[in-house]
Design a protein around this ligand. Structure first.
Ligand SMILES: Nc1ncnc2c1ncn2[C@@H]1O[C@H](COP(=O)(O)OP(=O)(O)O)[C@@H](O)[C@H]1O
Ligand SMILES: N[C@@H](CCOP(=O)(O)O)C(=O)O
Length: 321
């Protein structure tokens, strides 16, 4: 998280009086993350996370996110659970922002995932997909292929200031993906942002998944592609096929990919790389003044995109045929 909106102790104290979770003992803003404002709130009954929803989160989508976390938790997935106010409401308002209080999950995120972490993550992702299969609400993925051109239009004119030639690379890739994006693959609830900072581990076992605010209804294999991008590249930009193999094997142990999903994986991985390149580029060029946030490097995803452009088949990611 980041902190875009400040909350005063008095405001938070008043806010907490609407909940049955004790009285405030301490709180602080959390610097990690880039989307919403998050606070670690400690009360006389324990620790909680207060999230204030910022620019990319539409208020109309909040019931989907809240309902999804409740649904997944009820099916045994370890994820934050929304805490109801005394009125029964899961959503509230503080500092003029929509907000929710959720349970605090123990565990730590890993900066340099090992193959073991990747295997655990793949398994957890498949568990999430299976647990979400009967979730009744739908939410279109606003950041799928149709959402990429508007992002490019917002940032494209400054892209070459970030890296010479970047605008042309994005334009070419966007055109290709718009023309070839799969139309019909198994769909359902996806997390859509399951990066290492959104997965917690205890003793190298996956202990929880957080940050469901990009979750939506889309191709399940696209979520796998997002994770290959986020978990299986080394800091020097090299793809680690051992980690990819572990992630895919962990996933397929619970939910085997169909032949069509396997064939589509390289395109989905290119699309996932372009999606994060574009959102990072927009964020890089638009850091709000005074915000506690560390924008993420868009060029990391340019390097990943270049790797995917040279991939022939899902076997290159470590998929065992
Ligand atoms: N339920 C939770 N339990 C424990 N820590 C959490 C929880 N939710 C968020 N955090 C902490 O806050 C950080 C940012 O949260 P996140 O949901 O990823 O924000 P963003 O929506 O900006 O990505 C996480 O990296 C984690 O450290
Ligand atoms: N994971 C995205 C940005 C959103 O990150 P989060 O920290 O809010 O989960 C990226 O790396 O570009």
């Amino acid at each position: 998280m980041a902190v875009y909106t400040d909350v005063s102790p008095a405001e938070l104290g008043t806010f907490l009086s609407g909940y049955d979770i004790g009285t405030l003992t301490s709180f602080h803003g959390i610097a990690e993350g880039v989307e919403n404002s998050n606070f670690l709130v400690q009360t006389t009954t324990g620790s909680y996370i207060l999230t204030l929803y910022e620019k990319r989160v539409k208020t109309g989508d909040l019931p989907f996110f809240i309902g999804l976390m409740q649904h997944l938790a009820a099916r045994g997935l370890s994820c934050p659970q929304p805490v109801a106010a005394r009125s029964g409401a899961m959503l509230a308002q503080i500092a003029d922002r929509p907000a929710a209080m959720v349970t605090f999950l123990p565990g730590v995120s890993v900066r340099r995932p090992t193959a073991q972490h990747c295997a655990e993550l793949g398994h957890g992702l498949a568990q999430l997909h299976l647990a979400g299969a009967d979730f009744p609400m739908r939410r279109a993925n606003a950041l799928s292929v149709a959402g990429w051109r508007p992002l490019f239009e917002a940032a494209g004119s400054q892209a070459d200031d970030v890296a010479p030639g970047l605008a042309a690379t994005i334009a070419e890739e966007l055109g290709r993906l718009e023309a070839s994006w799969p139309a019909d693959l198994p769909s359902g609830v996806i997390h859509a942002d399951l990066f290492p900072d959104n997965a917690f581990f205890l003793d190298d076992r996956l202990s929880g998944i957080i940050d469901f605010y990009f979750a939506c209804t889309d191709f399940l294999a696209y979520d796998v592609a997002v994770c290959l991008n986020a978990w299986c590249f080394e800091a020097d930009g090299a793809y680690n096929v051992t980690k990819g193999r572990a992630l895919l094997a962990g996933y397929e142990a619970l939910r085997p990919l169909s032949p069509a999903e396997k064939a589509a994986l390289p395109r989905l991985a290119r699309g996932a790389a372009l999606r994060f390149l574009l959102t990072r580029l927009v964020d890089w060029l638009n850091v709000p003044e005074g915000a506690l946030v560390r924008p993420k490097d868009p060029l990391e995803y340019l390097r990943k995109l270049r790797f995917h452009r040279a991939v022939d088949s899902a076997q290159d990611y470590g998929l065992v045929a």
